[in-house]
Ligand binder design. Structure first.
Ligand SMILES: Cc1cc2nc3c(=O)[nH]c(=O)nc-3n(C[C@H](O)[C@H](O)[C@H](O)COP(=O)(O)O)c2cc1C
Length: 376
């Protein structure tokens, strides 16, 4: 067990793996790391099914759950409202600018994306980003006895932190700056995940190489886990050298058989290189790293309207995203399909079993440690 955090979590390989696929979670935990089940987009029943699956595969090995409890949303005038007290979706919808609606309609016409069949209801992604939904996910997760509960956006509410601690569950939270890390520690967070700009999904602008030691130095004894651009054993060793006590990986599991993502998206990831991503507000209204697509191109074009702040962008695009996915399934045309992924996508060139991926990572980790001993 190479670090104190590994000893505390009872893991032998210093890696945490964020993934939608319960079998990928299990493979990582069985291999000595700790798999973290994503909760976003999971209904209560789907989440229970995923956690049941993890429970059947593991034999006491630790695992974790990741929820999205936004600590605040921006309204169109830039004001922050708390996630808990968020205005009703219908109130926000009234604020959608006409210019944006027209732009989106024209974009879909330009790419030949047909309307939805009459009577189709669209599940709005924003509905999943509320305090009520994430609290329910935490409550379900706690019933299954995770070792860690992680929060993506902001410090989890004090009562959630308290409840986790009462049950002996460690609380982790992601950050993109040292200032956020200090706030997390003040809010009772036990593990700070310092995520560099290279990362897939919502991400800040500071690179891992700069951010990780900055966060380590800023928060003293609280363990730091490095995220962003990590998918091989050499990068794990580098993260430990920067002062992290483990790594947190995300993109690399998207191209495993167990990663559970859309086949259309996987094929785009396999072909992409490390310079094919962009940090854009086009999906959620907050900066998220994703593949450069016709969708990001359209939203980044200065001649077009800017993406709206979160959660308005979700409300604006919910129906369009549904239409784009249906069109992609029917025609195979994935031009407009968004694909959040990090710069490490350049290394993800085939779909592989998760067990094989982590075994290779471990081999390279131990070989690199041995090689460095030779240098020292
Ligand atoms: C498709 C995708 C979805 C993500 N969704 C979440 C999420 O729901 N919660 C979260 O904490 N992090 C999320 N992340 C970020 C990951 O947890 C992780 O920090 C990031 O992937 C690490 O960098 P990497 O992509 O270079 O491995 C997501 C990342 C990707 C690629």
């Amino acid at each position: 067990m190479p670090t104190q955090l590994c000893r505390d979590l009872k893991i032998s390989f210093p890696m945490m793996a964020f993934t939608r696929g319960p079998d990928a979670v299990a493979e990582v935990s069985l291999a000595g790391g700790i798999g973290i089940q994503a909760a976003i987009g999971f209904s209560p029943d789907d989440l229970k099914r995923a956690l049941d699956r993890i429970a059947t595969r593991l034999d006491g090995q630790p695992w974790g759950l990741d929820v999205v409890m936004p600590s605040g949303f921006s309204t169109p005038d830039g004001d922050k409202t708390s996630g808990g007290g968020m205005a009703a979706a219908s109130d926000y919808r009234k604020m959608l600018p006409k210019e944006h609606i027209e732009f989106l309609d024209n974009l879909l016409v330009q790419y030949g994306v047909p309307a939805l069949p009459p009577g189709t209801t669209v599940q709005n992604a924003m509905a999943e980003w509320t305090d009520a939904v994430s609290r329910k996910q935490v409550a379900i997760g706690l019933e299954y006895g995770p070792a860690v509960i992680a929060n993506a956006l902001g410090t989890p509410p004090a009562d959630v932190v308290e409840e986790c601690h009462r049950r002996g569950v460690k609380v982790a939270a992601l950050v993109g700056t040292a200032e956020h890390a200090r706030r997390h520690v003040a809010g009772g967070v036990d593990i700070v995940v310092a995520q560099g700009t290279e990362a897939g999904g919502h991400t800040g602008e500071i690179a891992s190489m700069v951010l990780v030691p900055e966060v380590v130095d800023a928060i003293g004894s609280t363990p730091v886990v490095a995220a962003g651009g990590i998918a091989c054993g050499r990068q794990v060793v580098a993260a430990l050298a920067l002062g992290a006590q483990a790594v947190w990986t995300g993109s690399m599991w998207l191209t495993t058989f167990e990663g559970q993502i859309d086949a259309a998206v996987t094929s785009k990831l396999i072909k992409a290189g490390s310079s094919d991503t962009i940090r854009s507000k086009a999906i959620t209204g907050k900066y998220a790293r994703q593949l450069r697509t016709k969708w990001t191109e359209a939203w980044e074009n200065p001649a077009n309207p800017n993406p709206l702040p979160m959660p308005m962008q979700f409300l604006l695009t919910a129906e369009a995203v549904e239409r784009i996915h249906r069109h992609a399934k029917e025609t195979g045309n994935v031009d407009l399909v968004a694909a959040p992924v990090g710069q490490i996508v350049g290394r993800l060139n085939e779909i592989r079993p998760a067990a094989e991926v982590i075994a290779e990572m471990k081999r390279e980790y131990y070989a690199t440690l041995a090689a460095l001993r030779g240098i020292g």
